[in-house]
Write a protein that binds this ligand. Sequence first.
Ligand SMILES: [Zn+2]
Length: 137
Amino acid sequence: MSRKESLNKLRVTLVRRRDALRRALDGDLSLLQELHGQKTGDPLDAAADTIQDELNSQLVENESRELGAMEDAIARFEAGTYGNCESCGKPIPITRLRAVPYATDCIDCRRREEDGQDGGNVVAWNRVFDVSEVDPV
Ligand SMILES: [Zn+2]
């Protein structure tokens, strides 16, 4: 498969995933609103509600962040810059794009950046990606 074909496949994957995320986010938000409308006054239930709210808002936060990264990646497709490293301009290997479809830099640049950051503030995009695989109950 040529790089162009691979990139086109990734684009389809990204668009599908973005749409799925949008729906999931809508679902999570309506779930949250439901929870807020159903307070029973029972202290135990209230505690459970709080935990559930926190879990939901964490999910929503992760998914919102991922959704933003997807929108950016799709915009780069439209601009014709998708798949190129934003730091050095070289093509990002397809294997990396398959693992992280919204990657904006190649492994070399990513490593260089992580080395300069004390490893403190690195966003684990892979993990964000994995978290959203969990179906909301
Ligand atoms: Zn690079």
